[in-house]
Design a protein around this ligand. Structure first.
Ligand code: ADP
Ligand code: ZN
Ligand code: ZN
Length: 725
């Protein structure tokens, strides 16, 4: 009989499958196998068995092993990965590799710890006599099996115990039960659920009533009880025995949210999948979800690919958050993939936000998504904070805070509450400049300024990681008077500490929370009331619920208002809404002060009204007129190399590879917004199409030609539905 032929997807840059013989193995579709690839061994995923070997008949190499450590990926996930590969024009093997936990991408096999099996001898006497008196060590272990014991208990009696126990198990002397099996009949324990207000009730009812694929936009101001709606929608899924996938944007959101979920569903296994886990922990949580034990998966971007045999509902919290878009490798949007997955699995999907992305808003306007509005704060008496603008044209740098902002902070402290001063820039100052000649410290490898970190006396590039000691004198003119320009969190911390000498000032940014546990400790300090004034970046903007916080001051947030990026206003609105939303969540009124250079911009009228709908309407009208997304479909081909002419030549050639299609515009290559990074010159080419179909047709035709262009120095990538332009 001839050997079975397998089609295997491998994580190599070639966009095709590879044929192997099955050898002595019998892998299933979706299973991982180890294969020879040139001189290397690689892990791959079987996508077809019994395939026609075609031209390779008789010449096939055989697979080397079937580790059987990963349950085969179900068709549901394979199909999702196929969609992602074709939509984002990325090799399927690479997509599949990204979709499984790291431990299943390599050639080492992964051995999860024994589940809490309980071992027990069915007939102890029979076992003892089978062992016989010549093996006293084994007899001792066997005697333990008179009652149910764990592998750990057996091993501590004798390190070799589990080897023997497995033999006895195979011979039928020993049986296992799991601790889990014991608790299987347990009813779902719910923590206390607050009664919902009318809008929340309507939202939960609409989600519960959905049959099959049904996309919802849960549009609720901050603190309106969106999370409560998720929790109660989830409860009804759990009661029906189904699993729920909840996507969250970032790791720092997860601890508080996770705690809330665990308190509500104490008897349910929740798998939390985020970047704070090590590879092993991640794999175990993934296995819990894949094998149906974990009923709730709470995770960041990558969790959208987790196999979930009983999937009943998908939730995407803060759906507008740009961190859902992967910025390297497979550049997918987890939000969009989640919606596709819901469609494919015929389940409802809830996208939640106070400031939806305009793409999603437009889908709701066009009635493709059902709009579920929450218009009031959920906690009784909690109102939205009053927002005031403070024009800062006349404020000197050293002052930092506007006098009225200072008064507001003072008021909060007097009332025994907390204040947050928000600035979206870490470090001491974004620029170090010479007072004589105007020289500014710049990165050697990027088109970017170096950020001054005064504490460590270092200049750092926030783009490539380059750093150097602060120079004592200007390298151009020798002047010793170098001055920091502008504000970062560290400088603000200094200023605020001087202005409020009695207050406990706590800075929370990526620098202050680099080490494990530091962020949790800082957040705890805030919750316990052991800090009075918080200085923070957008790490503090999202998701946190600080009951004592009543005053928020926002500095230098609006520099992007007049930028080239057409998403700047949408982003700024989301950011400011989120930061402002931290204030006064638990009654007693909140105060938000925004220091701005552009107080007359129409943006602020809408922000002050809290009128996202009006802003969205204005921006969507602009985009329709200017033929910007979501009214046109975009993709960007990016390229970089050490020498600019090569990049230019590559993109010129790439441009010619695109077919002339009606409804497609292939723009001239232009410099990327950051023209040089980490020593590479960067350019890009923009594709604009009337429809997705045209865009994808163009890419399908052009990409094989572009891949064949001969310049090995060029690094290039394709970004479909780009967020950064
Ligand atoms: P969001 O997710 O929209 O920011 P949350 O669900 O976190 O809002 O709710 C904000 C606060 O209101 C939380 O403290 C929450 O416990 C509380 N809350 C939500 N819904 C209700 C309700 N129906 N009754 C009382 N309190 C509620
Ligand atoms: Zn100088
Ligand atoms: Zn740099």
């Amino acid at each position: 009989m001839t050997e079975k032929c397998l089609q295997v997807a491998l994580d190599v840059p070639l966009d095709r499958l590879f044929s192997y013989g099955a050898g002595e193995f019998n892998p299933q579709i979706g299973e991982r196998v180890l294969v020879p690839f040139g001189p290397r061994r690689l892990s791959g995923i079987v996508l077809a068995t019994g395939a026609d070997p075609g031209e390779y008949a008789g010449k096939l190499r055989s697979i080397l092993a079937c580790p059987a450590d990963m349950p085969p990926l179900p068709e549901q996930v394979l199909a999702l990965c196929r969609f992602v590969a074709s939509y984002y024009h990325h090799p399927l093997g690479a997509v599949l590799a990204a979709a499984v936990p790291v431990v299943f991408r390599g050639t080492a096999s992964f051995s999860p710890p024994d589940p809490e099996y309980l071992y027990q001898a069915g007939d102890l006497q029979a076992l003892l006599s089978a062992i016989g008196s010549r093996a006293p060590a084994r007899l001792k272990v066997a005697e333990l099996l008179a009652v149910p014991v764990t592998a750990g208990q057996l091993r501590s009696a004798n390190p070799a115990a589990m080897r023997w126990v497995r033999d006895w198990q195979a011979a039928g002397f020993v049986q296992t039960t799991t601790a889990e099996a014991d608790s299987a009949g347990e009813t779902l324990l719910l923590g206390p659920q607050p009664p919902l207000n009318a809008e929340q009730q309507a939202a939960v009812a609409a989600i519960a009533a959905a049959t099959g694929f049904a996309p919802f936009l849960l549009y609720g101001i901050t603190g309106s009880g969106k999370t409560e709606v998720y929790l109660q929608a989830i409860a009804s899924q759990l009661a029906a025995g189904r699993q729920v996938l909840v996507l969250v944007p970032e790791i720092n959101l997860t601890p508080q949210l996770e705690q809330r979920f665990r308190q509500r569903f104490p008897a349910v296994l929740l798998a939390s999948l985020h970047s704070g886990l090590n590879d092993r922990q991640r794999a175990l949580a993934w296995l819990d979800a894949t094998q149906g034990r974990a009923k709730i998966v709470l995770g960041t971007r990558l969790s959208v690919f987790t196999p979930l045999p009983q999937l009943g509902l998908i939730v995407v919290d803060e759906e507008h958050d740009p961190s859902y878009k992967q910025q390297d490798g497979v550049r997918y949007s987890a939000r969009d993939v989640a919606v596709y997955r819901a469609r494919q699995s015929r389940v409802p999907v809830v996208l939640g936000s106070a400031t939806p992305s305009l793409e999603t808003w437009q889908n709701a306007q066009a009635k493709r998504y059902t709009l579920l509005p929450l218009t009031r704060r959920a906690v009784k008496d909690a109102t939205l904070p009053a927002i005031r603008l403070l024009p800062v044209k006349k404020i000197r740098a050293a002052e930092g805070l506007h006098p009225l902002a200072r008064e507001a902070v003072e008021r909060a402290l007097q009332a025994g509450r907390q204040a947050l001063v928000f600035i979206n820039r870490r470090g001491y100052a974004p620029v170090l400049a010479c007072t004589e000649c105007g020289w500014m410290a710049s990165c050697r490898h990027c088109a970017a300024r170096l950020v001054l970190h005064l504490g460590e006396s270092r200049l750092r590039c926030h783009h490539c990681g380059f750093e150097e000691a602060v120079t004592p004198a200007c390298p151009d003119c020798g002047n010793h008077d170098l001055q920091p320009v502008g504000h970062g969190t560290q400088r603000l911390e200094d200023i605020v500490a001087k202005q409020f000498p009695g207050a406990r000032v706590l800075r929370i940014d990526r620098d202050s929370t680099r080490r494990k546990g530091e962020l949790d400790a800082a957040l705890k300090q805030v919750h316990d009331g052991d800090a009075d004034i918080l200085i923070g970046t957008q790490m503090l903007a999202k998701g946190h619920d600080f009951p004592r916080l009543s005053c928020v001051v926002i500095l230098n947030a609006d520099t992007g208002l007049y930028s080239m990026d057409f998403r700047a206003e949408e982003r700024l609105f989301a950011l400011l809404t989120q930061v402002a939303g931290r204030a006064g969540r638990h009654g007693q009124g909140g105060e938000v002060l925004i220091q701005t250079l552009f107080e007359d911009h129409p943006f602020y009228a809408q922000l002050l009204d809290g009128d996202y709908a009006r802003l969205a309407q204005r921006l969507l009208a602009e985009r329709r007129q200017l033929r910007l997304p979501p009214f046109t479909q975009w993709a960007i081909l990016r390229a970089e190399a050490p020498q600019l002419p090569r990049v230019q030549a590559f993109l010129d050639a790439a441009r010619l590879a695109f077919p002339h299609l009606r409804g497609l515009v292939v723009h001239e290559p232009v410099a990327a917004s950051m023209t040089r990074r980490a020593g590479h010159e960067r350019m890009q080419l923009l594709l604009v199409a009337d429809t997705r179909a045209v865009l994808h047709q163009a890419m399908d035709e052009a990409l094989p030609r572009i891949a064949a262009l001969p310049d090995s120095q060029i690094r290039w990538s394709l970004d479909v539905d780009p967020l950064e332009v």
